[in-house]
Design a protein around this ligand. Structure first.
Ligand code: 5IU
Length: 494
C-alpha cells in the first residue's frame, strides 16, 4: 500500500462495501471451505465512478512502483475491464488471454500483437491462492512473454503472494483484507469482533496454489475458522451486516427490546386485533396481519394499529404472500382497498415468479427513501404438510434474496430450517410454533420454540393460535417471548 493515496484508498474501501463488492457471512469458496468474507468485484462495472477510482489508483500504483512493462494483461474475466482502462490511460498495449483456445482458426491463447521477450504486467481483481494469476502467467510464458509483476485490487492474504512469488512474479495490491477490515472498523461499519474473526480465519486458512491447505496436516479445521455462522452471531452484530435498512432496524429493535416473538394476529374483527396488539405489544418485535380476513377493514384500523406499533415499539408485517408478475404485484402492494405499502413495514412474497417479484414490489414505492422504510420476507419453505417446495426451489429463493439489486429490500426469509440461507444480514422468520408440538386439522405442523430457534435456525418465531387461543393472552405472550428469547441466548452462547 502506498502512503500517498491513503485517504482515497480508504474512501474506496467504504464505497466497495457499500456497493456489495464484498460481504461478511458464511460463504462457500472455490477451494471447498467456508469463508467469513466474500468478494464479488464484478459489480463494479455497474458503477463507473468506482471503476474510474480503482483504475486511477492502479495506474498511480504502477507509476510509483515503476512497473514499466510493454503490455498489460487482465486475468479473465473480472479484471478485463480494469486492464482495459489501465491500458488506455497509460497507452500501454493490452494482451487478452483466452480461457479456452479457439477450436478453429489460429488456436491462439493470447490475443494482441507481441513478440517473444516482451514484458507484461498482470492485472487481477482478487487473489486468494493465486492460482488464476498463475494460469495467466503460464499462458503468457508459453508464448515467450516475460512476466515479473502482477498488480491486484485485493490480496486476501491467504498465501497468494507467496505462491505467485515461487514462480518469479511479485504481487502488489491496492488493499489487503486486513486493511479493508480495519478501515471499515475505523469508520464504525463493522465491529471489532468481525475484524478479529476474519483475522483468525486468515491465520487458520492459508492455501497452496493447487487449493490444498498449507500445513494441512495439522489439527486446525478450516470450517471452524469461520465464526460467522449466522446462528452464532448476536442480533446486534447482524444489524451491522444487514443490507436492508428495515432489517437493520428490526435486528436492533429485537436486541434492545429483548424479544424475537412475532404475533400472528389472525383475527377477523379490527377491534379484536387492536385489543390483542395492545395487550401483547410490549412482548413482540413484529405483529403479523392477514388483512384480507378482516371483516370491517378501515383506514382508522390501520392508523390505530400503527399508533400501537409506535407506542409498544414493534413493526407490522402484512403476510400477503404476493405471487404474480411484477406489474400486478406492484398494484396489489400499493393500490386497492388495503393500500398495503402505506402502512405495512414488511410484507411476504413467494419466489415462484422469479426475481421480478422483488422488483415489482420496489416499483410500487416512491423512490430510494421509501424503499429504505420497507422490506420483504421471501418464502423459501412452508410449514404445511405436503407442500411442493424442493431443495432447488429453496436454493434459488436464497439466490434471489441475496442478489445485488434486491439486497436493499429483502429483509429476510420465511423458512423452517437453518440451512436455507447463510447470509447473517438476513432474518429467518419461522411460523408454525406451539409449546405443545402438534398438528392442526388443516395441515399445519408445529414445533416447540426451542426446536425452532436452536435446531432450525429461527431468528423470529411466529406464534398465532398458541397465544390467540390461550385463556390468558398476555401471559401466553410473555411465556412465548421468554422461551424464544432464552433459546436464542443459549444458541449464541459460546
Ligand atoms: N404461516 C404458517 N406457515 C408457513 C407460512 C406462514 O403457518 O409456512 I409461509 C402463517 C399462517 C399463520 C401463521 O398466519 O403463520 C401461523 O399461525 P398459527 O401459529 O396459528 O398456526
Amino acid at each position: 500500500m502506498l502512503a500517498k493515496n491513503t485517504d482515497q484508498i480508504k474512501e474506496l474501501a467504504l464505497k466497495l462495501f457499500e456497493i456489495n463488492a464484498f460481504k461478511f457471512g458464511d460463504f462457500k469458496m472455490k477451494v471447498g471451505i467456508n469463508s467469513p468474507v466474500y468478494f464479488d468485484l464484478r459489480v463494479i462495472v455497474s458503477y463507473p465512478d468506482v471503476m474510474q477510482t480503482v483504475s486511477d489508483l492502479l495506474v498511480a500504483h504502477i507509476k510509483e512502483l515503476q512497473l514499466n512493462a510493454k503490455h498489460v494483461c487482465g486475468v479473465p474475466y473480472t479484471a478485463l475491464p480494469l486492464a482495459t482502462i489501465v491500458s488506455v490511460q497509460q497507452s500501454t498495449p493490452m494482451l487478452v488471454r483466452r480461457k479456452e483456445a479457439k477450436a478453429y482458426g489460429t488456436k491462439k491463447l493470447i490475443e494482441g500483437i507481441y513478440q517473444a521477450g516482451d514484458t507484461c504486467l498482470i492485472v487481477e481483481d482478487v487473489v486468494t491462492s493465486g492460482s488464476s494469476v498463475l494460469d495467466t502467467v503460464r499462458d503468457l510464458q508459453s508464448e515467450g512473454i516475460v512476466v515479473t509483476d502482477a498488480i491486484v485490487v485485493v490480496d486476501r492474504e491467504q498465501g497468494g503472494a507467496g505462491n505467485i512469488a515461487k514462480h518469479g512474479v511479485r504481487m502488489h495490491s491496492l488493499f489487503t483484507l486486513s486493511f479493508l477490515l480495519n478501515t471499515l472498523h475505523e469508520a464504525g461499519r463493522v465491529e471489532k469482533a468481525t475484524v478479529d474473526a476474519v483475522a483468525k480465519y486468515i491465520a487458520a486458512v492459508q492455501i497452496n496454489s493447487d487449493g490444498s491447505f498449507i500445513g494441512g496436516g495439522d489439527k486446525r479445521n478450516p470450517s471452524e475458522a469461520n465464526e460467522f455462522s449466522r446462528t452464532k452471531l448476536s442480533y446486534e452484530s447482524r444489524a451491522n451486516l444487514a443490507k436492508s435498512s428495515i432489517a437493520k432496524r428490526l435486528f436492533n429493535l429485537m436486541a434492545t427490546k429483548q424479544t424475537n416473538l412475532c404475533l400472528a394476529a389472525d383475527l377477523t374483527k379490527s377491534d379484536e386485533i387492536l385489543a390483542i396488539a395492545d395487550k401483547c405489544g410490549p412482548y413482540i418485535c413484529l405483529l403479523k396481519t392477514h388483512v384480507d380476513i378482516v371483516e370491517d377493514f378501515s383506514e382508522s384500523f390501520v392508523s390505530n394499529l400503527q399508533a400501537l406499533a409506535t407506542r409498544h415499539n414493534f413493526l407490522i408485517m402484512e403476510d400477503r404472500k404476493f405471487v404474480d408478475i411484477g406489474n400486478t404485484v406492484s398494484l396489489q402492494y400499493s393500490k386497492g382497498v388495503y393500500k398495503i405499502s402505506n402502512w405495512a413495514d414488511l410484507v411476504t412474497a413467494h419466489t415462484l415468479p422469479g426475481r421480478s417479484i422483488v422488483q415489482g414490489l420496489k416499483a410500487a414505492l416512491d423512490g430510494d427513501d421509501a424503499v429504505k422504510e420497507r422490506g420483504v420476507f421471501l418464502l423459501a419453505e412452508m410449514s404445511s404438510s405436503g407442500n411442493l417446495i424442493d431443495d432447488k426451489y429453496k436454493e434459488n429463493s436464497n439466490k434471489i434474496a441475496t442478489e445485488g439489486s434486491n439486497v436493499d429490500f429483502v429483509a429476510g426469509i420465511v423458512c423452517q430450517s437453518a440451512n436455507c440461507f447463510s447470509f447473517p444480514g438476513l432474518l429467518q422468520l419461522t411460523p408454525g410454533i406451539k409449546i405443545d408440538e402438534s398438528v392442526d386439522k388443516l395441515g399445519q405442523q408445529y414445533q416447540s420454540p426451542e426446536n425452532a430457534v436452536k435446531e432450525r435456525g429461527a431468528d423470529i418465531g411466529v406464534v398465532g393460535r398458541g397465544i390467540l387461543q390461550a385463556t390468558n393472552v398476555e401471559q401466553a405472550a410473555i411465556n412465548y417471548r421468554d422461551r424464544l428469547w432464552a433459546a436464542y441466548t443459549d444458541r449464541i452462547a459460546k
